[in-house]
Design a protein around this ligand. Structure first.
Ligand code: ADP
Ligand code: MG
Ligand code: ZN
Length: 485
């Protein structure tokens, strides 16, 4: 890669399709759910039968505008639908309804990471609404099957300017987009199932030259890892061709994740090949000022702002902030807990380890978690006040998880309160010393290891409830007494 970078600039632009999580399709009342019986969620409208008329789903428009606002785009209060004409078996209408010269959002921005702690602002050229096409299924015997359920499912396409200079940047952008659509609740972001799809346009440009090189378009990467691998593969491939004096042909390549190679799918059409024209069946989309401000008010606090707040208000390290803001619900749980305790870092530690572990193990979301933010704060406060030790806290946590009870009542009913009164521990230490004279002597002779034995015994005879720091202190004190005897 370093050889490439001394001679060429890598230029990448992304086109991301996000399937909007509306109940119904974009222009008809059919269910937009995936996983239904093939060819069951269809009607004359989404199949484009003659004489039918599409009507725009307001929710889909709202979602597109939300994404526009979240990416600081200009919202076009007047936009239009166009027909993109092409033949493919999974497109019974022969055209896809999309937006062309007047998309609903334009000129947005997103801050991404370039690696090594550096950030960069990427320009978003446009976000437009369109309908999805159907699906061809090739892996059932000798014939290809077609499922048109997906025809008419609403998508937004988010198109960047060619602003990325590495596969790392492109992947980081995609992760941020996924995080935002999930925060907004407009798309589930599932790349394996295709609710979030990314096409990567890649070219190399000789350093110092103005003109961009010919690009190829990569498709079919269904994970972040594959996006990164496919882009790096394509950079190398183009470099080898250019170095041998060849030229890049503009084409679409399909990524094969099993072979780690990309194969040409078709030579790439130019937009004029699609014969875009305004859809005569759909009136222009207008967004009133009222509607716009209503949508604006639905905008949640976004990941960028949350991270800033977590580091500046809750004083968490960057790492904690980014882990806890990964998912909106986790971030909100954290904030709810912190309304009732000031031990922010302690909450963060417990959430990043114990809580996330449980969610992972049980494959549940935080909304299905059995401990309420209030009870969780209660547990943290019991630890901070010295009422229970960190070790006992793990048991209390397990109990809370099982029973849904609050920490205080578990500590009470199981009598788990930490013993921090020296008068209760001293006699234990003394009788232990009396019963183990030989070991006391060894300890006095400098056998440090024996110390742990005494600590362990005191903890054992107090069922782990003695305050460990205090136990240490009292053993040392008793040792001094015996030394002077
Ligand atoms: P097309 O008409 O081929 O779809 P667009 O102008 O719509 O091309 O751009 C599609 C995507 O390709 C955009 O994300 C854009 O940033 C990117 N792109 C355009 N030119 C290049 C290039 N030379 N190298 C890499 N990406 C490019
Ligand atoms: Mg395009
Ligand atoms: Zn329909």
């Amino acid at each position: 890669m370093t050889g490439i970078l001394t001679k060429y600039d890598v230029v990448i632009g992304l086109e991301v399709h996000a399937q909007l999580s509306t109940n119904t399709k974009i222009f008809c009342g059919c269910s937009a759910a995936s996983g239904s019986e093939p060819n069951s969620n269809i009607c004359p409208v989404c199949l484009g039968h003659p004489g039918t008329l599409p009507v725009l789903n307001k929710k889909a428009l709202e979602y597109a505008v939300l994404m526009g606002i979240a990416t600081q785009s200009t919202i076009n209060q007047y936009s239009t639908f166009a027909r993109k004409n092409y033949f493919y078996p999974d497109l019974p209408k022969g055209y896809q309804i999309s937006q062309f010269d007047l998309p609903v959002c334009e000129n947005g921005f997103l801050e991404i990471s370039s690696g090594h702690g550096e950030t960069k602002t990427v320009r978003i050229k446009r976000i437009h609404l369109e309908e999805d096409a159907g699906k061809s299924i090739h892996d059932r015997g000798n014939s290809t099957l077609i499922d048109v359920n997906r025809c008419g499912v609403p998508l937004i396409e988010i198109v960047t300017e060619p602003d990325f200079s590495s596969a790392f940047e492109a992947t980081d952008y995609l992760m941020k987009i996924r995080q935002i659509v999930r925060y907004l609740g407009i798309c589930d972001g599932n790349m394996e199932e295709g609710s979030l799809r990314c096409d990567a346009n890649v070219s190399l440009k000789i350093k110092g030259e103005e003109r961009l090189g010919t690009k190829t378009e990569l498709k079919n990467m269904n994970s972040f890892k594959n996006v990164e691998k496919a882009i790096n593969y394509e950079i190398e491939r183009q470099f080898e061709i250019l170095e041998e004096g060849g030229s890049i042909s503009q084409q679409t390549l399909l990524w094969n994740p099993d072979k780690n190679e990309a194969y040409p799918m078709r030579s790439k059409e130019d937009s004029h090949d699609y014969r875009y024209f305004p859809d005569p069946d759909l009136i222009p989309v207008t967004i009133s000022n009222e509607m716009l401000s209503e949508i604006r008010s639905m905008l949640p606090e976004l990941p960028g702002a949350k991270i800033k707040k977590f580091t500046e208000i809750y004083l968490l390290p960057e790492y904690d902030s980014s882990v806890l803001t990964q998912e909106r619900e986790i971030a909100e749980f954290f904030e709810e807990v912190c309304k009732q305790t000031l031990a922010f870092k302690e909450v963060s530690n417990w959430m990043m380890t114990e809580v996330l572990k449980i969610l992972n193990e049980k494959k549940i979301t935080i909304s299905e978690f059995n401990i309420t933010p209030q009870n969780f704060a209660g547990l943290i406060n019991e630890i901070k006040s010295g009422s229970i030790s960190g070790k006992i806290a793990k048991d209390v946590f397990a109990d809370m998880l099982e029973t849904g009870k609050d920490a205080a009542s578990i500590i009470d009913s199981k009598n788990l309160k930490q013993i921090s009164d020296p008068a209760l521990i001293e006699p234990v230490v003394k009788s232990l010393f009396d019963a183990n004279k030989q070991k006391v002597n060894e300890l006095l002779e400098g056998k440090e290891k024996i110390f742990g034995f005494f600590v362990g015994q005191v903890m054992k005879s107090t069922s782990g409830k003695a305050n460990p720091a205090l136990v240490n202190e009292l053993i040392k004190k008793e040792l001094e007494n015996r030394k002077n005897e």
